[in-house]
Design a protein around this ligand. Structure first.
Ligand code: PLP
Length: 455
């Protein structure tokens, strides 16, 4: 059976169809950094699933109903009602995006020297912990280390390690579980693991939060993979996860299917009061938090649509379909396939390139040159240790390429095009050149570095 998208298309946008010669020029001018490419030079954009989704007709019309009153806008009450029905948290603040929620929560909760402990911190989350003088500790479960392991919940936190840290000498400010675990290959976290981690945190008197950017995708995978959850709706499962925590931070650019927005929600009224002050000082008044009334309307509607089983099923199946086509072409990806992205194992495909020639980056670059497909490297260029001259000292554990799938944007034939482009490369991987850095800034390297082919 083909994967049938449970929607039809009402508004279309042409995508640029370019020649290889054009792409070669564009990429050279971009210093081979895909972040420097203009959208008009990209045919299929799989760089990120953040803020790149397609709005529904209902979201568009909700946007027109947006109330732009400064304080107490109708749109705020709609946002508050939808969030409270979904999460059960009594205090919900809109923020302009996820990282603003992180900054506010950590400023309120974390003192210098304290730890934030997580299955895996997202990169801005880690940065916000470190900027405040805290230490971000990642404790992914053991199965996560084996890319080929088909264990169903490789996003879980390692409970033994969590207990050891909580019982140890260091002061833990909070435990934060990222659902799904983006840094760990988009793998889901089981309800059993969230529950057990929450109980450990509570026993040690430590606040327990969710980074819920992909709460609906996590809930979907729970209904598909966790014993006892087969007959439950994604919405019920999501609510159960929220019930297990003291609050959440969330980028609504993912599972609220909007272009901008974030959420901070907590149970504790004293903590809410602290957060509200920080919100007003840095984002906006409590009833808009850096967003327009139309944004609040669209994200409230998106939060209702995203837990639709038909939508989640089609999205999960199309991501799995892309991973299957890649596997048929001889390109492995992180197992089992999650929902928001396929993580290609470039290290295994481009065995002729040592980590210092950045095989993940080389594969991502070749996808652009061969097919105008833009995606992100998650390997030694992003995570390795470099010397002053930009030569690799310590490689990343894996050389991956992330194909992130925007929500409701690309159809099955677009994904088939991606797979065919990849298959063309995989026929003769030895032809793919490696790269060397010509400019490697110390901070936020992957956004600003420049490279050249090393031939
Ligand atoms: C995107 C993301 C964030 C940060 O959210 P922004 O909206 O980009 O600021 C935090 N955590 C996770 C897991 C994310 O995917």
């Amino acid at each position: 059976m083909p994967i049938m998208e449970p929607y039809r298309i009402k508004v279309v946008e042409p995508i640029p169809i370019t020649t290889r010669a054009h792409r070669e020029r564009a990429l050279a001018a971009a210093g081979y950094n895909p972040f420097n490419l203009a959208a008009e030079d990209v045919t299929i954009d799989l760089l990120s699933d953040s803020g790149t989704g397609a709005l529904s007709a209902e979201q568009q019309s909700a946007g027109l109903r947006g109330d732009e009153t400064y304080a107490g806008a109708r749109s705020y009450y709609r946002f508050r009602d939808v969030v409270s029905e979904l999460t059960g948290y009594p205090h919900a603040f809109p923020v302009h995006q996820g990282r603003a929620a992180e900054r506010i929560l950590f400023t309120a909760l974390l003192k210098p020297g304290q730890l934030s402990v997580s299955n895996t911190h997202f990169d801005t989350t880690r940065a916000n912990v470190e900027i405040l003088g805290g230490k971000a500790v990642d404790l992914p479960c053991r199965a996560a280390k084996d890319l080929d392991d088909d264990a169903p919940f490789k996003g879980d936190i390692d409970l033994d390690a969590l207990e050891a840290v909580l019982s140890g000498p260091e002061d833990v400010a909070l435990v934060l579980i990222t659902i799904t675990n983006n840094g760990g290959g988009g793998q889901p976290v089981s309800m059993a693991n969230i529950k057990a981690a929450g109980e450990l945190a509570r026993r040690h008197g430590v606040p327990f939060f969710l980074d819920a950017a992909r709460f609906a995708e996590n809930a979907w995978l729970v209904t598909q993979r966790e014993p006892g959850y087969a007959g439950r709706t994604p919405r019920e499962v999501a609510r159960e996860a929220f019930d297990l925590a003291d609050g959440c931070v969330a980028s609504l650019k993912k599972d609220a299917i909007v272009h901008m927005g974030g959420l901070l929600a907590v149970r504790d009224p004293a903590l809410a009061e602290k957060c509200e002050l920080l919100l007003i000082a840095t984002e906006g008044f409590r009833t808009y938090g850096g967003l327009a009334g139309r944004d609040l309307e669209m994200l409230a509607q998106g939060l209702l649509e995203v837990t639709e089983p038909a939508y989640l099923r089609a999205r999960a199946e199309s991501t799995a379909y892309l991973a299957d086509l890649a596997a048929q072409a001889g390109v492995d990806s992180v197992r089992p396939t999650g929902v928001h992205a396929v993580y290609l194992n470039a290290g295994r495909l481009l065995t002729h390139l040592p980590p210092g020639r950045f095989p993940g980056f080389a594969l991502a670059t070749e996808l652009y040159l061969a097919g105008g497909i833009r995606c992100a490297e998650l390997g030694s260029l992003y995570l390795g240790e470099l010397d002053e001259a930009g030569e690799l000292l310590k490689p990343a554990p894996y050389e991956l390429v992330r194909l992130a799938i925007p929500r409701r944007v690309y159809t099955q034939s677009h994904l088939e095009y991606v797979a065919e482009t990849l298959a063309g490369i995989a026929k003769d991987p030895g032809r793919v050149p490696g790269y060397r850095l010509t400019h490697a800034p110390k901070l936020l390297r992957h956004f600003n570095c420049r490279l050249e082919p090393a031939v």
